[in-house]
Design a protein around this ligand. Structure first.
Ligand SMILES: Nc1ncnc2c1ncn2[C@@H]1O[C@H](COP(=O)(O)OP(=O)(O)OP(=O)(O)O)[C@@H](O)[C@H]1O
Ligand SMILES: [Mg+2]
Length: 339
């Protein structure tokens, strides 16, 4: 078992900001006596300064659960049962709740899945951003009125005119609402932004614009970004590294060129086949036959075995370990063991 994957990603010399090591998450079942469901199982990755990591996999594979655990925002039924989450050398799992609430926003902020619909409809967008600034000690006098300049700057930064701060969410298009959520996430100058499916609800042109914005902001502000998506086309456009999850485990982890030019896990290969045209970043997952496993009924061997076109006997009985194929390239598949 590899204890740290950080050194295996050779992309840049940039320092590692965030290192998620061996994290597992379980959800307690509502039914008495039923075993807990393990939604994330021993997953690790590293995020360097200025890097954009794509987290991909079909619905239910644990992407959001993994992101919520690194923010320590899991729902009550969920708990982190193994691993560590180091941000600049500090294990976030050791922090008190109040220390952790400082880290959220100021160091790592998250744009939640479906966030653009989370704006309060009866308050102006500017007011909502100002409130976030006040709440996190970023307004000069601690009053919302003193945050107006910063609210305007943030809106300008995401391509919304400062003059629209006084408008209500319904006066914004879907794309603008998502831009406002990005502005909110940037309010406290975090080093890391987690964007959980930031473009899913938007139409094609707007999706591309939002991705462009995220990419531009990370270069301008030196942000590190984790981009959660179903869409490998999106990843090809903007990410440096890619973590492919399947059924709560790491299927493959490598830099983006390796994932696209030399994918080794049959699941990654299938995902790529499902996107015949990567020049269309909005192409939806066409489909891989079958469905991901249910957490309460995981196959005893490899979780992908029931759908794998290259399956052989061992896959049905023995879960594959994560193998290192080369520097910066990991895959959990029995086939790669002998390569
Ligand atoms: N509050 C919860 N209680 C019990 N199980 C949960 C809870 N939240 C998520 N799960 C389970 O954890 C697994 C992973 O879910 P998660 O939402 O992390 O997937 P995802 O990869 O983000 O999917 P999507 O692409 O649809 O957003 C699923 O099987 C889900 O049913
Ligand atoms: Mg999700």
């Amino acid at each position: 078992m590899l204890s740290s994957y950080a050194d295996t990603i050779p992309l840049t010399e940039a320092p590692i900001l965030l290192e998620v090591r061996d994290v597992s998450v379980e959800f307690v079942s509502k039914q008495k006596g039923a075993p807990a469901a393990r939604a994330v199982d021993h997953v690790s990755f590293a995020l360097r300064e200025g890097e954009m990591l794509g987290l991909v996999g079909e619905s239910g594979c644990g992407k959001t659960t993994l992101m919520l655990s690194l923010m320590r925002l899991l729902p009550a039924a969920g708990r982190i049962v193994t691993g560590s989450i180091e941000f600049m050398g500090q294990d976030l799992l050791d922090l008190t709740e109040s220390e952790m609430s400082e880290v959220r926003w100021r160091n790592i902020s998250i744009i939640f899945q479906g966030a653009m619909n989370a704006l309060n409809p009866v308050r102006t967008v500017g007011d909502q951003i100002a409130e976030a600034l006040v709440r996190h000690g970023m307004a000069p006098t601690g009053k919302k009125s003193s945050a107006a300049g910063r609210v305007g700057d943030l809106l300008e930064m995401v391509g919304i005119g400062a003059n629209r701060a006084n408008q209500y969410p319904h006066q914004y298009s879907g794309g603008m609402r998502q831009r406002a959520m990005i502005a909110m996430a940037l309010a406290c100058n975090p080093q890391v932004v987690v964007a959980d499916e930031p473009t899913t609800a938007l139409d094609v042109m707007i999706q591309a614009q939002i991705l462009e914005l995220l990419d531009e902001l990370r270069h301008k502000l030196g942000l590190s970004v984790i981009l959660v998506t179903h869409d490998l086309g999106v990843v090809a456009e903007v990410c440096d590294t890619v973590l492919v999850m399947y059924g709560g485990v790491t299927a493959e982890y490598a830099d983006v060129d390796t994932i696209f030019n030399d994918p080794q896990h049959p699941y990654t290969q299938q995902l790529l086949n499902a996107f015949p045209d990567l020049t269309r970043p909005t192409a939806r997952l066409i489909s891989i036959p079958g469905a991901p496993p249910r957490l309460d009924n995981l196959p005893p061997g490899c979780r992908f075995a029931p759908r794998c076109p290259q399956v052989f006997d061992r896959c049905h009985s023995e879960p594959p370990a994560l193998h290192r194929l080369s520097d910066g390239h990991l895959a959990s598949c029995h086939l790669v063991e002998s390569r």
